[in-house]
Design a protein around this ligand. Structure first.
Ligand code: NDP
Length: 452
């Protein structure tokens, strides 16, 4: 039995109650097979087995009081996965579906993503099974304070630097950072995604969505194509989706879909900059639902209870580019087959693990250019890395400077994945290229440290 088969079998046995984690480990390790033969020293040092085991997992109680004086208890997590190449770095997710399996899958993927950015950042992830939806600002504030009242003892600017993710945006980062600053009595770069007035970086809010589109443009460019005039399907209507729509527009493409967990809107006339402004107000200020898009733009259609990918499958929409930007496992085999039928030439993942293993197989077999999450959405964490640099230097770069660095990083990630895939005899397999390139950097560092 190869070491990779052995490790996958062990994870399936030991963590059998963690389906998302097993899925992520399988996806990564399956593509690392060529490294087993090429680098026997990695097998001897059992790097494959060591890398799937987190450095540590912290789980804690979060007790808070709602506006009616009722007491609630949630479960908080921080998985510090691997700090071989830098301090742990990765977002915090507040969503009712958060559990250990979800946080471990995200933390595991984060190791390779962060390595690909070329910045010195290890992998980590955290969050809580708390749902900010429907809560007042004061309730969210009390929850964030309670969450940070435990998390603060595990993080630090050279130890672990969390950021936002689903359900954790500017408001939540503000409350958590304020509380950290108060109890530790330090104004330091311990969280990223901070507001501009207190240490944040320009372009950080835009970075993940912009980065996905930059990555897509690079994939298309290396195949003699571009974004201009392309019809784009985007899922989600949160941070990543909003800025993926914006950058698609900058590049002359036509985004036509957005969604949330209740349903999907399709606007065949195109979601213009003006319409996007309305969505941003609707989602970020009013905290409403995407269905309300039709209140202002009644020519669009709303499909209750359906994802973007269900709608493409059921309504036979014609699409050139798909950018899933909502959540994990949105796209299954039947959806991927529908994307092939719809004429899709590229899929780039804004969300983490939005395509399941069967869907990825369909993309690769049908010659769809597939930008996996750890490459395509690395712009967010890369810009978080740039925020850390600015905090350490105690200065702030301009919007143009940060955007230029982001574009260069996305190009480097693309080129690294592209060349690595070529080197290992699988041209255009960006998944294999990204996984091997990210893994090798971390593996080399782990080897250098000896047996620990
Ligand atoms: P937001 O909370 O801003 O938005 C999430 C969006 O996805 C919302 O529209 C939400 O709908 C929808 N969504 C969430 N869960 C589900 C679900 N179970 N089913 C259907 N729709 C769902 O989060 P982000 O935009 O920050 O994150 C989106 C994805 O991008 C995540 O996978 C995240 O891990 C990934 N990502 C984010 C980065 C960042 O910088 N923010 C960096 C890299 C990756 P609703 O409003 O109904 O909940």
């Amino acid at each position: 039995m190869s070491m990779i088969d052995e490790v996958i079998a062990k994870v399936r046995e030991k963590d059998k109650d963690q389906p998302e984690f097993i899925q992520a480990v399988t996806e990564v390790l399956e593509t690392l097979r060529p490294t087993e033969e090429k680098y026997p020293e990695l097998v001897k040092a059992r790097i494959y087995e060591r890398i799937v085991e987190p450095d540590r997992v912290v789980m804690f109680r979060v007790t808070w009081e709602d506006d009616n004086g009722e007491i609630h208890v949630n479960r908080g997590y921080r998985v510090q996965y691997n700090n071989a190449i830098g301090p742990y770095k990765g977002g915090l997710r507040f969503h009712p579906t958060v559990n250990l399996s979800v946080i471990k899958f995200l933390g595991f993927e984060q190791i390779f993503k962060n390595a690909l950015t070329t910045l010195p950042m290890g992998g980590g992830k955290g969050g809580a099974d708390f749902d900010p939806k429907g809560k007042s600002d004061r309730e969210v504030m009390r929850f964030c304070y309670a969450f940070m009242s435990e998390l603060f003892r595990h993080i630090g600017p050279d130890t672990d630097v969390p950021a936002g993710d689903i359900g954790v945006g500017a408001r939540e980062i503000g409350y958590m950072y304020g509380y950290y600053k108060k109890i530790v009595n330090e104004h330091t770069g311990v969280l990223t995604g901070k507001g501009l007035d207190y240490g944040g970086s320009l372009i950080r809010p835009e970075a993940t969505g912009y980065g996905v589109v930059y990555f897509t443009a690079n994939m298309l460019g290396s195949h003699g194509k571009d974004m201009a005039g392309k019809v784009v399907a985007i899922s989600g209507s949160g941070n990543v989706a909003q800025y993926a729509v914006e950058k698609s527009l900058h590049m002359g493409a036509k985004p036509i879909t957005m969604s949330d967990s209740n349903g999907t809107i399709v606007d065949e006339e195109g979601i213009t900059a003006e319409k996007l402004q309305y969505v941003m107000w609707l989602k970020n200020v009013k905290r409403g639902r995407i269905a309300e898009y039709l209140d202002k733009y009644p020519n669009a259609k709303y499909y209750a209870g359906k994802s973007v990918w269900d709608v493409i499958r059921d309504e036979n929409l014609k699409i050139d580019i798909a950018l899933p930007c909502a959540t994990q496992n949105e796209i299954h085999k039947d959806h991927a087959e529908a994307l092939v039928k719809a004429g899709v030439i590229a899929v780039a993942e804004g969300a983490n693990m939005p395509s399941d293993l069967e869907a990825i197989k369909v993309y690769l077999e049908n010659g769809i250019l597939y930008g996996p999450a750890k490459a395509a959405n690395a712009g967010g964490v890369a810009t978080s890395g740039l925020e850390m640099t600015q905090n350490s230097m105690r200065l702030q770069w301009t919007r143009e400077e940060v955007d230029a660095k982001l574009q260069q990083i996305m190009k480097n990630i693309h080129d690294t994945a592209y060349k690595t895939a070529m080197e290992f005899g699988q041209p255009d397999n960006y998944l294999l290229g990204a996984n091997i390139a990210g893994f090798m950097k971390v593996a080399r560092a782990m080897l250098a440290y000896g047996v620990m």
